[in-house]
Design a protein around this ligand. Structure first.
Ligand code: SAM
Length: 275
């Protein structure tokens, strides 16, 4: 199944992002990127024709693979004949943590070659969950990867960057040329790994942190002080005290804050509002 992993008459569903990887060396490299070791439990999102599933099994993982397109079930059965894996026809975005926990033993690593439109919801679905994931290794559109890897104050740096990096470190693994997919999509892809950091930032109030990030980036041309006045009804003097404590210049824009500064500011706002 090197080049065409599906029968001649298979109609690729573009809306589901059906562009499959077939190169064995590349698939083995993606398993390495994910740090797969013998005995690891892996949740794969988007089985496709099972090419990555097969590579994961060969790397020694116990694979639980989720796919929404029922037509692929028989194809995968054929392609992975004799291999030990569990295929679930279902959408993890619509499943509860409890439903996933019933199927998959924790902790697990997530590996996914994702349709672009679900990239962010899918990442956040795991990051904000109660599920015990170790890391997410995902093949995503290059532009989305650049956003997640960007530095504070750059145009790519946004709410998603801060949200993701408040949970995980982001590692760039490799770029995949669009011609490596079958059929070829219009854009190149990037493989990144999100590695969960255990309480690196110990954020006290997640809801407030989320509101702060939203309030800053939905009006990123405003000064941070104005963001805080409109978003949290803080007074000028309260902002001044917070800014002094965090060593922030008075006219700073929120988009210049590092993830750590967002965390300190969110904690400071929580204290101010509770005092
Ligand atoms: N993993 C395979 C590979 O690397 O060749 C397939 C990747 S293909 C880009 C994405 C797959 O995800 C498609 O087979 C598509 O049907 C499936 N898919 C789309 N949305 C999904 C969802 N919400 N949950 C699970 N699978 C989904």
């Amino acid at each position: 199944m090197e080049n065409r992993p599906v029968p001649e008459d298979f109609r690729f569903n573009k809306a589901l992002g059906q562009n499959f990887l077939t190169d064995k060396n590349l698939l083995a490299s993606v398993c390495k990127d994910a740090g797969i070791e013998k005995g690891d439990t892996v949740v794969e999102i988007g089985t496709g024709a099972g090419t990555l599933t097969k590579a994961l099994c060969e790397a020694g993982a116990k694979v639980f693979t989720f796919e929404v397109d029922r037509r692929l079930e028989e194809i995968v059965k054929k392609n992975l004949d004799g291999m030990d894996y569990t295929m679930i026809i279902g959408d993890v975005l619509r499943m509860s943590d409890e439903e996933i926990k019933k199927i998959v033993p924790e902790p697990f690593k997530v590996v996914a070659n994702l349709p672009y439109y679900i990239t962010t919801p899918l990442i956040m679905r795991f990051l904000e969950s109660e599920l015990d994931y170790i890391s997410l290794t995902i093949t995503i559109q290059k532009e989305v990867a650049e956003r997640l890897l960007s530095e504070a104050g750059t145009p790519d740096y946004g709410a998603v960057t801060v949200a993701v990096r408040s949970y995980c470190d982001v590692v760039l693994n490799r770029t995949i040329d669009r011609r490596m997919f079958f059929p070829s999509p219009k854009v190149d892809s990037t493989v990144i790994t999100l590695k969960k950091h255990e309480n690196k930032y110990k954020i006290q109030d997640r809801k407030l942190f989320r509101n702060l990030v939203k309030c800053v980036f939905s009006a990123r041309r405003k000064t941070l002080e104005n963001n805080l006045k409109s978003g949290f009804s803080l007074k000028k003097e309260q902002c001044e005290i917070l800014f002094n404590r965090l060593n922030l210049p008075p006219m700073i824009r929120g988009e210049k804050l590092s993830v750590e500064q967002f965390k300190s500011l969110a904690d400071g706002i929580a204290e101010t509002l509770n005092s």
